[in-house]
Design a protein around this ligand. Structure first.
Ligand code: ARG
Length: 284
C-alpha cells in the first residue's frame, strides 16, 4: 500500500512530575501496594520522557504535583483539551478526585477561557482520544456513558462510544492510540473491546494497526504520536516494528516505575490542542 510521507507537527503537552508517586491503593489490576516504588527512579524516567519531547521540538508545561495525590503523574486523566477548549475531569475513585481541581486551576491560570467543570464522570484523555473526524470515547470501567454526550455537546465533535471489557485495559488509552489525527489513523488492541465496538473500529478504521496480545500486555498502546515519532513503552517490540513498517519512527521509553501504577507514556502526557487544532488536513 502506498502511504503519504509521515510528518511531525509540534505539540504542547502538560505533564506532572511523580514527586509524590506511590502505590498505596489498587484501582486497576496493575497496582499492587505490596510492591515497592522507587520514587527517584520514577522521577528520572519521567524526566527522560519530558526531555524526549523537548528534543523533538515539542513544548512541555509542568503541573505542580500535590502531596497526597500519588496518581497525579498520570496527567492525561485531568482534562481533555480540543480547539483550546477544556473539559475538566471528574474521577471515578475518591482517591483521585482532588486532582480535578488542580487541573482546572492550572487551565484557569493559564489563559484558557472556556473551561468546563464536568457534570458526569470522565477521566480526561484516559477515555477520550481525538482524531480529525471523531472523538473516540471509552466506557466500561471509568468514564460514564453520560460523559460522552457531554463531551459531544461541549466540543461539537462526533463522539464514538467504545465499550471496554478487559480490566487490564481500564482506560481507552491503554488499548488504543491515535497515530495521525489528520488521517484518522489509529492503533488498537481488539481484545480490550466488546464485539460490537470491535466491529465499529473495523468499519471506521479499516487500515488501523492491530496490536498483538503481547504488545498490549506491555502497555504498548499507551503511546503518544506527533505524526512521525511514536513514543511507546520499550517492551512493545512487535508494535515498534509494525510502526516502522508504516513509516513511523518508534521511540521506546522505559517507564517501569510508573507501570506499577498502571500507566505509561500516554498516561503521563496531556495534549493541549490549540484552537483549530492546527493539524494539516483537518476538515473544517
Ligand atoms: N493508577 C491510575 C489509575 O488507575 C493510573 C492511570 C493511568 N492513566 C491513564 N491515562 N490510563 O487511575
Amino acid at each position: 500500500m502506498s502511504r503519504p510521507p509521515r510528518r511531525a507537527t509540534p505539540r504542547r503537552y502538560l505533564m506532572c512530575p511523580p514527586a509524590h508517586f506511590k502505590v498505596t491503593y489498587s484501582i486497576n489490576p496493575w497496582m499492587d501496594p505490596a510492591k515497592p516504588v522507587d520514587v527517584p527512579l520514577a522521577l528520572t524516567q519521567w524526566g527522560d520522557l519530558r526531555d524526549r519531547y523537548l528534543s523533538l521540538g515539542h513544548t512541555v508545561e509542568v503541573l505542580e504535583p500535590v502531596p497526597g495525590l500519588p496518581d497525579m503523574v498520570f496527567a492525561a486523566n485531568g482534562a481533555t483539551v480540543v480547539d483550546g477548549r477544556v473539559l475538566g475531569a471528574r474521577f471515578a475513585f475518591r482517591q483521585r478526585s482532588l486532582e480535578a481541581a488542580a487541573h482546572l486551576a492550572w487551565f484557569r491560570a493559564h489563559g484558557y477561557a472556556e473551561v468546563r467543570e464536568p457534570e458526569h464522570i470522565n477521566e480526561g484523555e484516559g477515555d477520550f482520544a481525538v482524531t480529525a473526524s471523531y472523538l473516540l470515547a471509552g466506557r466500561g470501567f471509568r468514564a460514564s456513558p453520560l460523559s460522552h454526550g457531554e463531551a459531544q455537546e461541549f466540543f461539537g465533535r462526533p463522539v464514538i462510544g467504545l465499550d471496554l471489557i478487559d480490566p487490564r485495559y481500564y482506560h481507552l488509552d491503554t488499548a488504543l492510540a491515535v497515530l495521525d489525527e489528520a488521517a484518522d489513523e489509529i492503533m488498537y488492541y481488539p481484545g480490550a473491546f466488546s464485539a460490537g465496538s470491535r466491529e465499529v473500529l473495523r468499519r471506521l478504521f479499516p487500515d488501523a494497526l492491530v496490536a498483538s496480545d503481547a504488545d498490549a500486555a506491555a502497555l504498548g498502546l499507551n503511546a503518544v504520536s506527533d505524526g512521525l515519532h511514536v513514543l511507546l513503552p520499550q517492551a512493545a517490540v512487535g508494535l515498534a516494528e509494525a510502526l516502522r513498517e508504516r513509516g513511523y519512527l518508534p521511540v521506546g521509553v522505559d517507564l517501569s516505575e510508573l507501570l506499577k501504577g498502571g500507566g505509561s507514556v500516554k498516561c503521563c502526557t496531556l495534549e493541549l490542542r490549540p484552537d483549530g487544532c492546527g493539524w494539516p488536513g483537518v476538515r473544517p
